[in-house]
Design a protein around this ligand. Structure first.
Ligand code: PGA
Length: 260
């Protein structure tokens, strides 16, 4: 799909493609705009490499007084199955650094992987989210295998928060930080809670994500690529950098070019 950057396609989903240099500012602008209609936005937040520019830009904006996150109620969308929740590679450490450290934020609601009864812990977390009214905005990255949070291939839209075995691709990605101590399992919100979000913001950057982004947005909808279920979400915004968008054919989804 050869178009000048940035470009936006508005159809069943809003698709925004930007140069890599402006990925963070675009993610930040879309996140704030999607959350704006909600008095106290309940947001689901991802970890990993992809959202780092989003959190850094948010932090800068708060620091400069341009915005405040004090009204936000944030929930981690997943966590690694670690014995010590304070492990530096666990998502808890990520949020301590990238969200909790932003002035004025409330601490992120987290799964506790040290709880012996994993199923009960998943239910506790899901109940906490339900008590908050469910997600207003779910921010998600995408794994190279098409996972959303830890909803690995084979996951279905009815799946709720639960403990799962990590797929080989997810373990390989985690091993860059965990090394020999890479977890074999994790706790995750299900596709049910993520797809029930009033708005979803999908973020992807880098060429390594190009093929799975094409499968997720233009391929058949099914459990082989859990992110493909997002095609059915009525309020989906996708922010890609030009590398992650490079395999899109433009055949689907139907939409029209619009000012960004
Ligand atoms: P990444 O992970 O941002 O580190 O690529 C994304 C994901 O696995 O959801």
């Amino acid at each position: 799909m050869l178009l000048d950057l940035p470009f936006c396609i508005v159809g069943p989903m809003v698709l925004v493609v930007v140069p890599p240099e402006t990925f963070g500012t675009e993610c930040c602008a879309r996140f704030l705009a999607l959350a704006a209609p909600f008095a106290s936005p309940v947001v689901g937040l991802p970890t990993g490499r992809t959202p780092v520019p989003l959190f850094q830009t948010l932090s800068d904006r708060v620091q400069s007084g341009a915005t405040s996150l004090a009204r936000y109620d944030a929930f981690a969308i997943d966590e690694y199955g670690v014995d010590n929740p304070l492990h530096p590679c666990a998502n808890r450490a990520f949020f301590a650094r990238y969200w909790d450290a932003i002035t004025g934020t409330k601490p992120v609601h987290q799964f506790d992987p040290a709880t012996p009864d994993r199923a009960a812990e998943a239910q506790r977390f899901a109940a906490e989210l339900a008590a908050a009214g469910g997600l207003d905005v779910a921010v998600v990255g995408i794994g190279t295998n098409g996972h959303l949070a830890f909803n690995e291939p084979g996951s279905r839209p009815k799946d709720r928060a639960r403990a799962v075995d990590l797929a080989p691709e997810s373990r390989a990605a985690a091993s860059t930080c965990f090394g020999d101590a890479t977890p074999t399992w994790g706790l995750t919100l299900g596709l049910a809670e993520l797809l029930a979000a009033r708005r979803v913001l999908l973020l992807a950057n880098g060429r390594a994500k190009a093929d799975i982004v094409r499968r997720a947005l233009e391929g058949p909808i099914g459990p082989e690529c859990p992110a493909s279920f997002l095609q059915r979400h009525p309020q989906l915004t996708v922010v890609l950098d030009s590398d992650a968008a490079s395999a899109l054919t433009g055949q689907r989804p139907p939409g029209r070019l619009a000012p960004c």
